[in-house]
Design a protein around this ligand. Structure first.
Ligand code: CMC
Length: 428
């Protein structure tokens, strides 16, 4: 919605720019004409003040610690919804009726298998390959197998490829795990729920019946909901940028997976648990807090801080609560949970973390719960990628359907040499 005009004074001259209002959140100043009018670019590395697109999917109020999917608070979805329903909501904009949900879940379940030849890709990887490396490769390779859904101009192709991606991720992720163990791959069992099926493909073996534990199934489903989408984060922006050139959705999601892998993003859940293990006992915490504050030490508290949240990440609240529920139901505990709670308490009372508004994010507690469920740390980011696929796909669809969509092509501030003549090698 275009609102007021805003005057910007540049090189002593005033220029008018429209101020566009969203339904909620900060206004944006439409500077698309700025270069044409002034000959200058804006400079915003890391996009700290730049909206790169319009989106109706997810809203974050970082100061208040609010996260909404299509308007629904994440806490309500985590409490009352399930992952399939949340997927439908993100992809279609509204919560489904019972019949719509049944139909959607059935459709997804019909796409859970992988082309058999794709399964042979796994044997090309070393057994000790990081499963995220396998995910990047196998998801990228999907475009070589599903040519019938890569015409991005066709809405049916877009819908089918979206369903395929959401449906096949658990099979791909579980196979990456099985491969690392040297165990046979498990085919999907479509009688089970999306999440139950994933647990069976991951922890089951063909030699035995696998019974899905409903407590773990619910916790895992909730963890998937918590990771389903998160506005224009680095991996989502990567998917959009890759997709803006017209690349097929499988290639775009592979790009998103590559970006998610980094420890500042999805890789933080693995890094956070490794950090807690390194800290070990609560008495060591002050030493690590001092290290995190030391500018000359690269160490950071993993699972702490966020570009947008300057308050408690609402996903971390649900994650901590889910962790308590799983521990109670399984009658287990983990001393690292006490270390994490103490670390949170000490960090949140330290002036450095208070001033910089650094709070626990979604990754702080997720590692402890995933570890309790039985996943090795290398699988943590894979689970994030699995769950985030629906968000990436929904954002990609939104972009492709937007008539104003253009190829993403940032500008730069050039600081290299000005034009100079080539010097022959014997003259250098
Ligand atoms: N430990 C210690 N200091 C920190 C931390 C931390 N975890 N996070 C930020 N800071 C400091 C940082 O050094 C900087 O200080 P100064 O202003 O003196 O230079 C200030 O806080 C602002 O940090 P920034 O790096 O400029 O903020 P950013 O928005 O660019 O980075 C972040 C956000 C998430 C990358 C960063 O907080 C971080 O590296 N956290 C640890 C990794 C992590 O947990 N990532 C998961 C994010 S949530 C899930 C996801 O999106 O994937």
């Amino acid at each position: 919605m275009v609102g007021d005009q805003s005057k910007l004074s540049i090189y002593g001259k005033d220029f008018d720019y429209s101020v566009i209002k969203g339904t909620v959140g900060p206004d944006v100043i439409d500077i698309r004409k700025l270069y044409g009018q002034t000959g200058a670019f804006t400079f915003d590395p890391g996009f700290t003040s730049t909206a790169a697109c319009e989106s109706a999917l997810t809203y974050i109020d970082g100061d208040e610690g609010v996260l909404l999917h299509r308007g629904y608070p994440i806490g309500q979805l985590a409490e009352n919804s399930n992952y399939m329903e949340t997927c439908y909501l993100l992809l279609n904009g509204e919560l489904p009726s019972a019949a719509e949900l049944k139909d959607f879940s059935w459709t997804i379940s019909r796409h859970t298998m992988l082309h058999e030849q794709l399964m042979s890709f796994y044997s090309g990887f070393r057994r000790d390959a990081h499963p995220m490396a396998i995910m990047c490769g196998v998801v990228g390779a999907l475009s070589a197998f599903y040519h019938d859904s890569t015409d991005i101009a066709d809405p049916d192709h877009r819908r089918i490829s979206s369903h395929r991606l959401v449906a096949k991720m658990p099979t791909i992720a579980a196979a990456a795990y099985k491969y690392s163990l040297g165990q046979p791959f498990m085919y999907p069992d479509n009688k089970l729920s999306y999440t139950g099926n994933f647990l069976r493909m991951t922890f089951g073996v063909p030699a035995e019946e696998y019974e899905v534990n409903p407590v773990i199934e619910k916790a895992m489903d909730r963890i998937f909901i918590l990771h389903a989408d998160h506005e224009q984060n680095a991996s989502t922006s990567t998917v959009r940028l890759a997709g803006s050139s017209g690349a097929n959705p499988f290639a775009c999601i592979a790009a998103g997976i590559a970006c998610l892998w980094g420890p500042a993003h999805g890789g933080a859940n693995e890094a956070a648990l490794n950090m807690l293990r390194e800290i070990g006992t609560p008495d060591k915490i002050p030493h690590y807090i001092e290290r995190a504050k030391d500018k000359n030490d690269p160490f950071r508290l993993m699972g702490f801080g966020h570009r947008v949240y300057k308050n408690y990440d609402p996903r971390a609240t649900v994650m901590q609560q889910t962790l308590r529920e799983v521990f109670a139901a399984m009658k287990v505990t983990d001393p690292l949970f006490d270390t994490a709670l103490k670390l949170e308490e000490l960090a949140l009372s330290d002036p450095y973390f208070i001033e910089k508004k650094l709070f626990p994010n979604v990754d702080f507690y997720s590692g402890i719960i995933l570890s309790a469920i039985g996943f090795p740390t290398t699988m943590f980011t894979v689970l994030f990628a699995l769950a985030r696929t629906v968000g990436w796909v929904a954002q990609w669809n939104e972009m492709i359907s937007d008539p104003a969509q253009k190829i993403g092509r940032p500008r730069q501030l050039y600081t290299g040499p000005t034009e100079r003549d080539y010097v022959a090698i014997d003259k250098r």
